[in-house]
Write a protein that binds this ligand. Structure first.
Ligand code: KG4
Ligand code: ZN
Length: 332
């Protein structure tokens, strides 16, 4: 079964053709990175307009790369939630139109569940149940995953998402946008223990994340010691120390979730899962706990439509259908 997936929840316009929920025949992503970079973050109205311009060429590209025609597509999947409303509407309208014109079934996909499902596009996916951690620019969610249609939320962030913390700290440090890649590169030469930074915990909610205190700690430190920004060594130490605090928070809660659920497999996905330090720390911790770590390749960690098509395939197989008058939702 061939599924065409569309993803337009934030600032990537993406289309992909996936066979049987496993084989990626094409995975086209048009990033709007340069459009939003000057503003230091995604501007929703600009994102929606750019999706409108990009979507048809991206769909055409995905079909061409897969070597299939529209008529060969058996089903459609589009991100329905969570995301920017104006952006979601564009992808969903296109998917509804194609489903109606081609008389093919349509399904709406939860963007964060799709991030978890990206691991099923690799050669050796985990067996259910497993713990899934989605770390992106908008979300930091821990799931107990029993099946494609059964993901239970174990914990989330009460304020900023992990990726958002990277982006905001990069902005405070004058490093540009998006922050994750620049902070990782700068921190590579730094000492993560040189500048102690907090690791906020909420004792009564051990699986809840919180990153805004960490961001504030960086801002306060820089107010007191502006010289850090002009000293290459201190700048690298700050980037490394901040990254380490985020990594500690993510790894400790992921391990706790494994302990609480009795699961032996951990899947980590989303844009922040591209971070090399996080990948190494997770591998170490999972190894020490006797658990197996599953990480999608970098191209499937950031926003893409292959993960949407893959989850769409399984939901369509389970009989889910989205009516043509269905809405999109900003919240998860
Ligand atoms: O999943 P994603 O592509 O889009 C959302 O759905 O948000 O995640 C984007 C986020 C951004 O906040 C970006 O700074 C972060 O992922 N990111 C990273 C790295 N690469 C991207 N964070 C840390 N280290 C990286 N190497
Ligand atoms: Zn995402």
């Amino acid at each position: 079964m061939l599924v065409l997936g569309l993803e337009t929840s934030c600032d990537e316009t993406a289309a992909a053709v996936v066979a049987d929920g496993r084989r990626v025949l094409s995975n086209v992503v048009a990033t709007q990175f340069e459009l939003h970079a000057v503003y230091g973050g995604v501007v929703p109205e600009l994102a929606a307009r750019r999706h409108l311009e990009n979507l048809l060429p991206v769909i055409r590209g995905a079909l061409d790369q897969a070597g299939v025609t529209l008529r060969q597509i058996d089903g459609l999947a589009a991100t329905q939630r969570p995301g920017l409303i104006g952006a979601l509407v564009i992808g969903m309208a296109a998917a509804k139109t194609l489903a109606y014109a081609l008389r093919r079934p349509l399904v709406g996909v939860h963007h964060l569940h799709a991030h978890v499902v990206s691991i099923f596009l690799t050669d050796a996916p985990p067996a259910f149940p497993f713990v899934g951690l989605v770390v992106s620019g908008g979300h930091t969610n821990l799931y107990l995953v029993h099946g494609f249609g059964d993901m239970r939320l174990l914990g989330r962030t009460r304020d900023d998402a992990a990726g958002e913390a990277f982006d905001k700290v990069a902005k405070i440090m004058g490093l540009g946008y998006p922050g994750g890649v620049v902070i990782e590169a700068l921190g590579a030469a730094g000492d993560p223990a040189a500048l102690p930074l907090p690791r906020p915990r909420i004792p009564e909610e051990p699986l809840t994340f919180s990153f805004s205190g960490l961001k504030t700690a960086v801002a306060v430190l820089l107010q007191k010691h502006p010289e850090i920004l002009v000293d290459p060594r201190a700048r690298a130490d700050l980037a490394a120390g901040f990254q380490e605090a985020v990594v500690d928070s993510l790894v400790s809660r992921a391990m706790l979730a494994l302990e609480h659920t009795g699961c032996r497999s951990l899947v980590v996905a989303g844009g922040v899962a591209a971070n090399g330090r996080l990948r190494r720390a997770l591998a170490e911790a999972a190894g020490a706990a006797g658990a197996e770590l599953f990480l999608p390749p970098l191209s499937l960690c950031t926003d893409n439509a292959a993960m949407v098509a893959a989850l769409g395939h399984h939901l369509l197989q389970a009989g889910e259908r989205l009516p043509l008058d269905a809405d999109v939702f900003s919240r998860g």
